[in-house]
Design a protein around this ligand. Structure first.
Ligand code: FAD
Length: 361
């Protein structure tokens, strides 16, 4: 076998990468985590200021060490999640290099070679990509979007409602981001909420736990608030309930096209807006894997049991249900990493024992 710098390299040091690192360490596999951000926290570093988990801390933990309860009333804040992830990687002394932005992954004989922004590179026998979705915000195609002269902002760049006070704001997107951002922006702005279909609201007394349970199919049959619940269904956190009580939680169907100052609706009427907030989700951030020829048009990679079909030395963690049930959540990241690491370990052992091209073992 050719000599690699590491047996496994994990790309991405968010919650998914840390969960994989925890199990790699326990399995005594040689590895390093490479993380583009300059500090711990993954996507939570970039989310809006008021964001809280929609489940209690005890239900949002990585393997090994439960998340401490929130110091404030309610579910953990964004900063508490960042603090937890920071202390988690210190606690387990996980080997993480940052900032380290992987630009591409290339085939290099029996190994994979990871090339960095600063032109350095390292080799690995296996690569786990856990780069999340935050770097790949998605905006759907709407006619004449370029003509609109107002502000356009994706939820990936939204921080707080201050810039929108007194403005007429169109909020596009019917998931939790759309509902939560609408809830706070509508306190000081005139808002219109645009969703493709009627948003699905969970019952008031149900929190995000049910979404995780549904996504990983562990809910017993007697509880069925919404049999088809998905991670996109709206959890009625207090600000969203308050928005409903103010009568602003009403969604309308999409408009036809943009004008310079607003939009034209399907019935031909026009409305003026100062800003559009795109709460339309994300795609997998997999540009660094394009060189391997494995990335589909929607950013996904064909996998069986988290392993790329076209490149068996490549494994995926996080991203969504296609890389493991609820794997984009804190609790799901741990469950899927627990399944992933034994598979990688078996693949490494198999590669070591199989003869190479010269017939040596
Ligand atoms: P990320 O956290 O995005 O981490 C990926 C890391 O990889 C980043 O640090 C990034 O810098 C790095 N990276 C990316 N590309 C490269 C590269 N080429 N080279 C090196 N490093 C790279 N989840 C819950 O569990 N509970 C909740 O209650 C919850 N609520 C949510 C509410 C909302 C409104 C939203 C939008 C999300 C919520 N989430 C929740 C989901 C959660 O925020 C994300 O799904 C999660 O952060 C994804 O984790 P990850 O580790 O896969 O990716």
């Amino acid at each position: 076998m050719s000599r690699a710098d590491h047996d496994v390299v994990v790309i991405g040091g968010g919650q998914a990468g840390l969960a994989v690192a925890y199990y790699l360490r326990r399995a005594e596999i040689d590895f390093v985590v490479l993380n583009a951000d300059d500090r711990p926290g993954g996507a939570w570093l970039h989310t809006w200021e008021s964001l809280r988990l929609f489940s209690p801390a005890g239900y949002s933990s990585l393997p090994g060490w439960p998340m401490p309860s929130s110091r404030t009333a309610g579910f953990p804040t964004r900063d508490e999640v960042i603090d937890y992830l920071t202390r988690y990687e210190e606690r387990y002394r996980l080997p993480i290099e940052r900032p380290c932005d992987v630009r591409s992954v290339e085939r290099d004989g029996e190994l994979l070679r990871l090339e960095f922004e600063d032109r350095r590179s390292i080799t690995a026998r296996a690569v786990v990509s856990a780069t999340g979705t935050w770097r790949a915000p998605y905006i759907p195609a709407y006619a004449d979007r370029d003509r609109f002269r107002g502000v356009q902002l994706h939820s990936a760049d939204y921080q707080n409602p201050d810039p929108f006070v007194g403005k007429r704001v169109l909020i596009v997107g019917g998931g939790n981001s759309g509902a939560q951002i609408l809830a706070e922006v509508s306190e000081g702005a005139e808002t219109v909420w645009v969703t493709r279909k009627d948003p699905v609201f969970l019952p008031d007394d149900v929190d995000g736990r049910v979404l995780f349970e549904r996504a990983s199919a562990r809910v017993p049959g007697d509880f069925d608030p919404a049999a088809n619940t998905t991670l996109g269904d709206i959890v009625m956190v207090p600000p969203v309930k308050a928005a409903r009580d103010r009568g602003v939680l009403n969604a309308v169907r999409p408009f036809e096209r943009f004008t310079e100052s607003g939009v034209v609706w399907r019935d031909g009427s026009e409305s003026r807006h100062d800003a559009v907030l795109w709460c339309t989700g994300f795609r997998p951030a997999t540009d660094h894997l394009r060189s391997l020829g494995v990335v589909e048009s929607d950013g996904r990679i064909e996998v069986v049991d988290q392993r790329s079909v076209k490149e068996p030395r490549l494994w995926l963690a996080g991203y969504g249900n296609w890389t493991g049930a609820a794997s984009a959540t804190l609790i799901g990241a741990g469950r899927t990493a627990r399944e992933l690491v034994p598979r990688i370990s078996a693949a490494l052992a198999e590669a070591k024992s199989s003869p190479d091209l010269d017939g040596r073992t």
